[in-house]
Design a protein around this ligand. Structure first.
Ligand code: ACK
Length: 505
């Protein structure tokens, strides 16, 4: 849906004529466990079999692995590759959170794409955490010897010498050992010819339970998060022309701007030189640089040399969900529209959940809305990657009490589950078309009410099944709250039901 502004009547009319969006947006693959190595580099590998003999197989060219683009991706620089959803690709190598890929159709160009925008086709083992696919021996050793891993960590990779065979690489006593998994004439998998298995999964679970390799297989190798290099994002300030101030953000002003060299409208957040805020600002940039998901606001570029610093992100035509809900267009949204939007937010949050990142400030003011009701999670200023399941904020951290779970507001116990609580409040904001939660109550009164078991009431016009979801998010016991994956799937199912039956709720 094209729109000229956020609330005028022609836009409103268009909203009514608007065709429903496709709710079957592809799920983002959890390719946490994928490490893709350069198939062109073929090392001769030392393989230790169970009986202990050492073999050096002859190098052999690796077959091309076929990948597909899951989403459209627009290149932001010369070294990136523009792809359309469904494009067939071959992946040359993994670079941090990106893959260097080559198109297999049309122009045959190559370039970088965020790794979670591609999925390996026909990879039946991708679901296993220990499966690392096409990585070589050197890379496997580097991964297993990294500090996140310990003795007993292991992975399975495609054999460098026999493309239909696999290798187990396992760490023991600070060294990495490699065991070849062979295939019998009928396709069974075996390490020792005394016992074979129909599937790779069965073989691994057998050796996990029976440590017959002489090296235990305890935990799948932990994925390493490689830090992003600042450089690919840095652009000369002259490339941006500020057009219109959109408002005041957390750190400074937010502007609509033109990225002249790309001929593209963007949003620019500015930071005035204030030491107190700079720390948080840097954290937000770091978070944005490492996160790539269609339901999270995307960093496009930055100008960090000179002042003020610019963070350039995609421009969302309708601004924050908070202001959109109270606009004329927002006020006429049906529950179905709102459920569709809620499902997208849950999808973006599920991506953070998978990475153990707590947002800590999930609220309508921090969701941005684009054309066709696309919603993206923004404002990662308070986001933290947590090692344990709970993050303890410092006492001085300002907490948005109305959106914050009691254990986080009172004891600073932030977790993915406290984000789930906030998501419930966000659903309340949406279904009440922008009402302030606990209107007329002070923060202290809110906390007292919550501890006595009170919860926000069902907004008028809110379907009961959506209110039940909110109430689930507000379970006093964090572990009883649903996951974002579950929330996404519940909202998607409800939305699909409405979509197909075209029931107005
Ligand atoms: O509610 P709004 O219209 O949407 O006003 C706020 C303002 O800037 C201060 O945060 C708007 N804003 C922030 N980031 C973006 C963006 N990427 N695209 C469009 N508007 C934005 C927000």
């Amino acid at each position: 849906m094209e729109s000229c502004c956020r609330s005028c009547m022609p836009c409103l009319n268009r909203l009514w004529n608007w065709v429903w969006p496709d709710f079957r947006y592809p799920n983002v693959p959890n390719n946490n466990n994928h490490v893709i190595a350069n198939p062109a580099v073929v090392h001769s590998a030392e393989i230790r079999t169970v009986s202990g003999d050492i073999r050096v197989p002859s190098p052999k060219k690796r077959p091309v692995q076929l990948y597909a683009a899951l989403f459209d991706f627009q290149a932001r620089s010369d070294d990136e590759l523009t792809v359309k959803e469904g494009d067939k690709l071959s992946v040359i190598e993994k670079r941090g959170e990106y893959v260097l890929a080559k198109k297999l159709t049309g122009s045959l160009e190559s370039g970088l794409i965020p790794a979670n925008y591609v999925a390996l086709l026909q990879d039946e083992f991708a679901k296993h955490k220990w499966y690392y696919g096409n990585i070589n021996r050197v890379k496997a050793e580097k991964l297993l010897l990294a500090s996140q891993n310990k003795d007993g960590s292991f992975l399975v990779r495609i054999s460098e010498s026999h493309s239909d065979e696999y290798t187990i690489s396992a760490r023991s006593e600070g060294k990495v050992y490699h065991f070849r998994i062979q295939r019998s004439s009928i396709g069974a998998y075996f390490v020792s010819d005394k016992i074979s298995f129909a599937t790779l999964g069965e073989l691994i679970s057998y050796y996990q339970k029976n440590p017959r390799l002489g090296v235990p297989l305890e935990e799948p190798c932990a994925q390493q998060r490689e830090l992003f290099d600042m450089e690919p994002w840095e652009r000369p300030r002259e490339e941006f022309r500020l057009h219109k101030k959109l408002g005041e953000g957390h750190f400074g002003e937010v502007w609509e701007a033109l990225w002249t060299t790309e001929n593209k409208k963007v949003a620019i957040k500015t930071l005035k030189q204030e030491d107190t805020k700079q720390d948080e600002f840097v954290k937000e940039v770091q978070a944005l640089k490492s996160l790539h998901h269609p339901k999270l606001i995307q960093l496009l570029a930055m100008c960090s040399r000179g002042e003020p610093v610019y963070i350039v992100t995609e421009l969302m035509s309708k601004g924050s969900l908070k202001s959109y809900l109270s606009s004329a267009e927002g006020q006429v949204l049906t529950s179905a529209h709102l459920i569709y939007m809620g499902s997208q937010i849950a999808e973006g949050m599920a991506y953070l959940e998978d990475r153990n990142i707590v947002h800590r400030d999930l609220a309508a003011r921090n969701i941005l809305v684009g054309d066709d009701l696309v919603c993206k999670v923004a404002d990662f200023g308070l986001a933290r990657i947590i090692k344990d399941s709970v993050y303890r904020a410092s006492k001085s951290t300002k907490i948005p009490v109305r959106w914050t779970a009691p254990e986080a507001a009172i004891y600073q116990h932030f977790s993915v589950k406290s984000d789930v609580w906030s998501f419930g409040v966000l659903l309340y904001e949406m279904m009440s078309r922008g009402k302030m939660p606990y209107e007329g109550k002070s923060n202290k009164e809110v906390l007292d009410l919550l501890s006595s078991g009170f919860r926000l009431p069902c907004p008028t016009r809110c379907p009961q099944n959506i209110y039940r979801i909110m109430m689930d998010c507000w379970a006093a016991e964090p572990s009883k709250r649903p996951s974002f994956h579950a929330l996404h799937s519940q909202l998607d199912t409800i939305y699909a039901r409405i979509y197909f039956k075209t029931i107005e709720v």
